[in-house]
Structure formats: C-alpha cells, structure tokens
Design a protein around this ligand. Structure first.
Ligand SMILES: Cc1cc2nc3c(=O)[nH]c(=O)nc-3n(C[C@H](O)[C@H](O)[C@H](O)COP(=O)(O)OP(=O)(O)OC[C@H]3O[C@@H](n4cnc5c(N)ncnc54)[C@H](O)[C@@H]3O)c2cc1C
Ligand code: SF4
Length: 506
C-alpha cells in the first residue's frame, strides 16, 4: 500500500494540499519534466528554463526535508513524456496503490487526470487547490443568478471576506477603488528601479543548456536569465517590489516608456503562478506598507485589487465557463496572427517595442498586453485561438486558467461581454498619451487617415463599423457610435479604405 504524490510544475508550494498528510517514511513523491507539457504550445525558452529550474530547486528542498522524491529530468532515457506515463512508471516500479494530486490549473489536464483511475487501475484522489483565495465552488455561488459578472462587486466581497484594507466594515479611505488616480502618463526623468535579478546557479545553467538544445525552435531569448528560482528568491523579489516600486505602482500603473519594460510593476506573476509565492502574503505585505506609511493608498489598493480581485475573478470565470470558453468568438474574428508578433518586424513602434521586450524577457506589463498587443489583435480581427496561443506561449506567467479569460474575455471580448462591460478598443491617441512610443514611430499618432496615419486610428473606427450589429446595444459604446455617425461619408470611406489596405498587407 504505497501512496504516490504527484507535484506539477506550477505547484511548487510546501503548503500544497497534496502534501498535507504526507507520510515521509512511506509515501513517494514525483516531480517530472515532461515533453507534452513543455510543447503543447511552444512556450518561450525563458519560461521553460524558469519552470524547470524552479522545479529542480523545489525538489532539492523537499529531498533535504526527508521526502522520498523521484525527479524525472526531460532527458532521462526512460522519461515517458507525459504525466500519465510517468505515473505509470512509478506504479510499475514501486507497487503504488493510490495517487494523490492537487487539482491542476488547466481544464485539459484535469479532464485527463479524471480518467487515470480507470486507466491506471489505482485510486486517484484529486484535491482542491487551496492556494487560491476563492474556490471554483465559492465563485460559482457568487456568480449564480447574476446576468453579468463584474469584478468590482466580487472584489468588494473578497475585501470583506479577508478583511483587507477595512476600517470596521468600510473601506480604508472611504472608497473601494482608487483606479481613477492610477492613470498618470509617463513623465520625463522617471528613475525606474532596476528589477530584481539573480545570476543563474549551476542548476539554472544546466537547464538553460537543455532548453537551448531541445527547444531551439521556440520563441524567445534565454539570455540574459535573471529570474529567481527558489522560494527565498521569490520572497526577496516581493520585498524589493514593496520597498522600491510599490509607492509609485499606482501612479504609473498604465504608463509605458520605451526601454523600460518593467516600470513600477511587481514582476511576481511568474512566482505566484508556479507557487513560489502565495497571494495572501503579497496582499498582507502591501497592506502593511500602507499601515507603515511607506506607500500611498492608491498604490496599495491598486496592487491588492489586482491580486485579491482580478486574479481570483479571472480564475473563477475560467472554471465556471470551461470548456466552452476556449471556443468563444463573439465577433467571428478569423484573421491570422501577423508574423510580427513573433519577429517584432513592423513599422508600428509600440508593437515593435512590446514584442521585442516580450522576446527578451518573457514579460510585458499589463497595459502593454492589453492596450498595445491585445488592442491591435482586437481591432484587426485576429482569430481568438491564435491570439490565445501566442499569449499562452510567450509569457513566463502564462497558464491557461489566467491567460484565457484575460485574452478571450478582457482583450478580445470574445465572450460577448461576460467578463468585461465593453471592449478595451482604443485608437493611437491612448497609446500616445500613455507612452512615448509614438515619438520614434514611422506613423503619426495625430494623423487619422492616409499612408502616414497611425493604423490604430482608422482600425479603431473600422472595428466599430464592422461589429456594429454585435455592439450597438451595448450602452457603454453608444457615445462612440454617435461620434462615428456624425462623420461625413468621405471620412467613413477613408476609414474603410485605409483599414482594408492595411489589413490586406498584414
Ligand atoms: C492579454 C493579457 C494576457 C494576460 N495573460 C496573463 C497570464 O498569462 N498570466 C498572468 O498571470 N497574468 C496575465 N495577465 C494579467 C497581467 O497582465 C499580468 O498578471 C501582469 O502583467 C504580471 O506582471 P506583474 O507581476 O508585474 O503584475 P502587476 O501589474 O505588478 O500586478 C500584480 C499581480 O496582480 C495579478 N494580476 C494583475 N492583473 C491581473 C489580471 N488581469 N489577471 C490575473 N491576475 C492579475 C498578477 O498576479 C500580478 O502578478 C494578462 C493580461 C492581459 C491583458
Ligand atoms: S503612432 Fe500609432 S503605431 Fe506608432 S507608436 Fe504611436 S500608436 Fe503605435
């Protein structure tokens, strides 16, 4: 009677539910690098190196605590290439009778695991992932009976439930949300602190070589590699953010500056999503910084809202709506993803910067993802499946539970408005206001039509005109349609012609 406990690459937390009652003397643990998971989309090289290195370090820390852990490296001769195959090998080698695993973050894998009991002939116990702050069941009961879900109401409930930034039962400062104060454009001379960096150790260096040789045709630069790969690194990265960047996180949350990919963001998504950090400790650290007068309320509330609100809300929607959510395509968008999402070769400087930073860092901050890379895909009508594949591949923090609702729901409005109340579509003036990208662009942000005009300008109106049937009843779009309707016919024709010319050339 031996129990096997399988730990996945995004489950690198000592508090994992599958480990809670582990008998070190009797149970076996398994962590494995498998080809299927590394290649079901062609993940960024840096993402694979990060996850494999973090897995190897986590495995070493468990072994040091006396757990009987088997670790399969990608290149091990017997590696079966899939989780099921690796579990089957353990069953054969160690007379395993029961498998315990924490529920995976992706529907695809959960569906697979649910068949293992029959297929492998042992008891399989799939435990809830209690590292999140709202379970899928709790989210489903919150959503029950609501026609449209809105993050803001969910977030307020979560603030009350976890008693975060409250005075009695009221929000600290009198308001739940300080987003209106968090939209400052970048200003000259900002001194953005350097991001947290760790030099690769022997384990990371070995993994980097492995990735270069086995995944050479994947997108992305492996060097320079400076992500942390242990729990202590992740805590240090969080502390560095709280000390150096949180005070200005709010003010410049939406700002973009050429050559400053990291801005005042936290850069902790990749640590949170693989389990090296837990959400509540990040929230508590930020709240403490406010209570200590180290960071202002707009910054702290804004940061906490991302984790306690958006992150949990997004995950709730994923589990509520899968598997159908992956098929949503409200606008019937069917254009292919342009090559420049991989090469960065485009005259549009904003896209060139965001793609090349993504290639180098496996990171782009939220507004780059939403208002540049996502906005362009939305207004040019790129097929959601292709946009999702790209976002899932290229970011070190990308896992389907968080990537899919952000892309299909928030960016592409492919769910018809279940997650967001209106599409986040915008013309060049938004990017011009919130960044300095337009200063070095071949196009002119202020020009609306013609060969030199910023493509975002005409594509924005063309998107509204093309999708009028789907959007006309959305009251938040009414003002934009009234503006469009006031344009003379020649202007409308120029929008259509410029858009057609541009899109055909993509
Ligand atoms: C098109 C698109 C795709 C995205 N894909 C992913 C993804 O694959 N993985 C991912 O973790 N986030 C994704 N996000 C959300 C967000 O952009 C990233 O979480 C954030 O950029 C990570 O960087 P950071 O740690 O510096 O975040 P910060 O800006 O410093 O925010 C702090 C934390 O808040 C959480 N958070 C903030 N916004 C969101 C959000 N919208 N959804 C979920 N969590 C959020 C993250 O855990 C993040 O680490 C996506 C957003 C968009 C618009
Ligand atoms: S002008 Fe348009 S395409 Fe060029 S950087 Fe500005 S928003 Fe992007």
């Amino acid at each position: 009677m031996t129990t096997l406990r399988l730990i996945l690459g995004d489950q690198l937390s000592p508090s994992l539910s599958s480990l809670s009652d582990c008998d070190k003397a009797a149970d076996k643990l398994l962590i494995c690098e498998v080809w299927d998971e590394a290649t079901y989309v062609k993940h960024h090289k840096k993402k694979i190196a990060f996850v494999f290195s973090a897995m190897r370090h986590f495995a070493d820390s468990l072994k040091a605590q006396g757990f009987a852990l088997s670790y399969t490296k990608l290149d091990d001769g017997e590696n079966a290439g899939s989780f099921k195959g690796e579990v089957a090998r353990m069953i054969a080698a160690h007379a395993i009778t029961k498998l315990v695993v924490t529920s995976p973050g992706e529907y695809r894998l959960l569906a697979d695991m649910q068949s293992w009991q029959d297929e492998l002939g042992i008891e399989v116990e799939i435990r809830p992932d209690d590292r999140f702050l709202c379970s899928p069941e709790d989210f489903a009961s919150w959503a029950d009976g609501r026609k449209k879900l809105r993050m803001e109401y969910f977030y307020r409930d979560m603030r009350r439930r976890y008693r975060v930034l409250l005075e009695g039962d009221e929000p600290v400062g009198g308001k739940w949300n300080y987003d209106a104060e968090n939209r400052k454009p970048p200003k000259q001379g900002l001194d953005v602190p350097a991001p947290y960096c760790v030099a690769p150790d022997a384990i990371t260096s070995e993994v980097m070589e492995l990735v270069e040789s086995r995944f050479s045709n994947h997108f992305g630069d492996i060097e320079p590699f400076h992500f942390g790969v242990t729990r202590q690194h992740a805590l240090d990265a969080l502390n560095q953010f709280i000390a150096l960047r949180l005070p200005q996180f709010g003010d410049y949350q939406d700002a973009m500056i050429e050559g400053e990919p990291w801005m005042y963001h936290a850069h902790i998504g990749f640590y949170l999503n693989c389990g090296l950090l837990l959400p509540l400790e990040c929230i508590e650290a930020a709240e403490q910084a406010y209570r200590d007068n180290h960071a202002p309320l707009n910054a702290v509330e804004g940061f906490i809202r991302q984790i306690l609100g958006w992150r949990e809300y997004i995950r709730g929607i994923y589990w509520l709506k899968m598997p159908d959510y992956a098929e949503e395509n409200f606008f019937n968008a069917d254009r292919d993803l342009p090559d420049f999402y991989w090469t960065g070769e485009t005259k549009m400087n904003c896209l060139r910067q965001c793609v090349s930073e993504t290639k180098e860092n496996a990171y782009a901050h939220h507004i780059q993802r939403l208002m540049v890379l996502g906005n362009f895909a939305l207004i040019s009508g790129i097929a959601p499946a292709q946009v999702n594949d790209w976002f899932l591949s290229v970011y070190a923090d990308a896992y389907e539970w968080v990537e899919l609702p952000n892309v299909s729901g928030m960016v592409l409005f492919a769910d018809g408005g279940y997650l967001a109340s209106k599409p986040y579509a915008a013309g060049g003036s938004y990017i011009n206001k919130m960044s300095n990208y337009c200063e070095n662009c071949s196009y002119k942000a202020a020009q609306k039509n013609g060969p030199d005009a910023c493509p975002f300008n005409y594509l924005y109106w063309d998107f509204l005109a093309r999708n009028r049937n789907q959007l006309k009843s959305n009251h938040r779009m009414g003002m934009m349609y009234r503006t469009y309707d006031k344009m003379d016919e020649a202007k409308k024709q120029a929008i259509e012609d410029d858009s057609q010319l541009f899109l055909e050339a993509l």
